[in-house]
Structures are given as C-alpha cells and as structure tokens.
Design a binder for this molecule. Structure first.
Ligand code: GAF
Length: 397
C-alpha cells in the first residue's frame, strides 16, 4: 500500500505530486490522503452574495492541495510549499490566535477555530500545502485554502460535515481572519460541478447547474495589478456596510428583498453613495437571472450585454474596478463584439476579467491583449488562462 502505485493521488497533476513528494521527503512515509479544492471564476452576480442575492460562478482547474496524515496527538504540523516551505505548528489544546508573522497560516488557524467553536472534534495531523490559484488574481485562493483544509479535517476525523456546511465554516474562518466575505467563493470551491457553472441563491443556499453552451470558452485574463488601497479587506468591508445601511433604509434585512421598482420609489432620502451601491446590487441580481435564461437559449449576444452592464455598474456604482481592468474590458470587448461578453470578476480592486467567447475567437483575444494591454497598463503584461469548469473539493487516497 505504501508503494504508491494503486493510489488515486499518484495519477493527479503537478500540484498534488508536489505535496505528496514533499510529504514523503519530510516525513519518510506516504501521506494517507490528499485534499484538493479549486479556485473559482464568477461569470456574473458580483458583490451580491452578502446581500443574500444571486451569483453564478464556476470552479476552475486551478486548485490548492494538501497531503496529510492524521496523528494521535493534539498538534498540527503544517508546511506551506509556496511560502518557502514555511512551517507552522498549532497546539489545539491552547486558544487559537492569529499570527501576523505568517499571514497564510491564519486561514488554517481560522478553520481549526471555527470547526472547534462549532463543536467538531478534531485532532492533530501532518499537512503539506501547495496550490496554483494565482495569488491576488481575484480567483479565490484563500477560499480554496480554507475549503481544502476543512475538507481534509472532515475526512481525517470523520466529522460528516456536508458540502454546504464546509463552505459556511470556511467562510466563518475568512471572517475571523478579517474579510467579511459572502458565501460565494467557499460555496463553489466546495460544491462545484464538472463542466457547469452554478446559479447560487445566497438566501437559501440552493444551487442550480447552468450549462455553458458548447463551443463557448471561459477565458480569464489577470491584470496582474493589485490595488492595495488602505487594505483590500477594509474596502470590501466598507462596501458590505454600505449595503447593510441601504437595507436598513428600505426596512429589510438584506438588499435581496428590494425590487427595482422599490429602489426607484423609496430612495429619495438615501445618501447618494449608498444609493449607488444599492442600485448595483438590486439590478445585478436581476442580471443574474436574465443571464441564466440567455445561456439556456445559447443567446451570447444578450449574455454579452448583461456582462457589460454588470461591469459598468461595478465600475461606476460599486466603484471596485481599476484602470487596468477597464483597459482589459475595452480591449477584449472590441474583439468579442456581440458574440460574447467580458467583465471584471471577483471582489475587485485589481485581479482579473472573465470573458465568455466562441472558442474560435480565443487566439484573436490573446493577441489583442498581448499587443494592447501593456500600452495601457504602464508596460505591465497580463496573464491569460482558458479554463475548464471543474468539480468542487474532493479527497484522493
Ligand atoms: C469576494 C468575496 F469573497 C465574495 O464573497 C464576493 O462577495 C466577491 O468578492 C464579490 O462578488 O470574492
């Protein structure tokens, strides 16, 4: 059994191989399991999840993997291959605190804490992590890390936690680290379906599979420009507070309850900035439902219009875009024309755009980006991925 050959992780890709090999070289034995959790790209429905609205992401073929073996003590020993093999030890019999000298470890600590706070009995283990989700690319590397680890502990300690609850606990871990995110990223990382996007209702946490029409490519272009501002989390949290303020104004718990008609009718007294945020959320929810319908009909022209409207709303009303992202939307939009669409994806303040396009246009888009983006982004190059909608988190033995 320890010879390897029969194990499903032996046939997996390079990230899994690297965590298995590292585990062997450090611990002198095979890991028992490997946990894998993907990043995501959101096709439409941005900054709506924490207002209990609709989102439509798919999991992507970039992931975080952890090789691991449970131990009989109360200590976690964790190696981060991508952070110069940094190691952290967590003693589960002591209170769990954040460690700002190893920011990556806080996601691990946060997952331990939320699992234990919710009554789940976990014990020690040896873990090696690595991943290929581009950091800072707006593709949810932190959610992939949390979900990967929660899934691993769930398996190691037979906790019997379902996929949606794995997502909720991972979201709570992210809150503990400092970003008051919605549920989208952890949900899709845990629950993603091979070959499909999911339309998630962030109120009842149900999801419907959405087919990506045949011959349509999902292209991600990373601007490679991060805008730290006063700290990304604080900008994000400020947007969330503004949405909550707007909900209070309309007398509802979440903006999901507000219709476009009510927005129009009852917003006279609302602070103008808060009104812009609310308008984005209310109309974006509507766009998600319309996009699902248009995709079902294979109507890429309508999908493209909705994606552009989403982008403009995130730029002008929600104010989370950047000049580099806007440049990518212009450059790609000019090639795609009416045959697809492009928009900012993820939380914003940098990161990536997502484009739905006929496969036949992918190379033309790549060329246009290579040629024109550096001119508009101070010499910066973008990174181009054609991605495949992938399955959610899983365990390899
Ligand atoms: C980030 C958050 F983590 C998500 O919950 C979501 O709000 C997204 O930004 C914006 O749609 O990825």
């Amino acid at each position: 059994r320890l010879k390897g050959g029969g194990r499903s992780y032996e046939n997996a890709g390079p990230v899994v191989k690297s965590v298995v090999e590292k585990f062997r070289s450090v611990h002198g034995e095979d890991p028992k399991y490997v946990s894998v959790a993907p990043g995501r790209v959101n096709l439409i429905g941005e900054h709506t999840d924490y207002s209990q609205g609709f989102v439509m992401p798919c999991a992507i073929d970039f992931h975080v993997a952890a090789s691991f073996c449970p131990t009989s003590d109360n200590k976690l020993h964790v190696i981060a291959l991508d952070v110069n093999d940094e190691t952290c030890s967590i003693d589960l019999s002591k209170p769990i605190e954040r460690d700002q000298s190893q920011p990556w470890s806080n996601y691990i600590r946060g997952v331990c804490k939320t699992l234990m706070d919710n009554g789940h009995k976990i014990g020690g283990g040896k873990f090696v992590f690595s991943g290929n989700v581009p950091l800072g690319g707006g593709l949810s590397s932190s959610a992939a890390l949390e979900v990967c680890f929660a899934k691993a502990l769930n398996h190691a300690y037979n906790l019997k936690i379902g996929g949606v609850e794995i997502a909720q606990l991972s979201q709570a871990a992210e809150h503990w680290v400092g970003c008051k995110c919605g549920i989208m990223d952890q949900y899709i990382s845990s629950m993603g379906v091979e070959g499909k996007a999911l339309m998630i209702d962030c109120r009842d946490l149900s999801a419907k599979n959405v087919e990506i029409p045949k011959g349509v490519a999902v292209v991600i272009v990373n601007s490679n420009a991060k805008h730290e501002l006063a700290g990304l989390d604080s900008e994000y949290n400020a947007r969330r507070e503004q949405c909550e303020q707007a909900a209070r104004h309309f007398g509802v718990s979440y903006l999901r309850e507000v219709t476009p008609e009510q927005l129009e009718r009852d917003s006279k007294e609302l602070d103008p900035v808060v009104l812009k945020r609310a308008r984005h959320v209310v109309l974006e929810n509507d766009r998600v439902s319309k996009t699902v319908e248009a995709l079902k009909q294979g109507d890429l022209k309508t999908v493209g219009k909705l994606m552009l409207a989403s982008h403009m709303s995130l730029k002008n009303d929600f104010e989370v875009s950047t000049p580099e992202i806007d440049a990518l939307v212009d450059i790609i939009g000019a090639v795609v024309g009416e045959e697809g669409g492009v928009r900012i994806t993820g939380g914003g303040f940098g990161g990536s755009v997502v484009c739905l396009t006929p496969e036949s246009k992918v190379e033309e888009i790549r060329k246009a980006v290579e040629e024109n983006y550096p001119k508009r982004a101070g010499g910066r190059q973008a990174t181009f991925y054609v991605c495949h909608a992938s399955a959610g988190a899983h365990i390899l033995e």
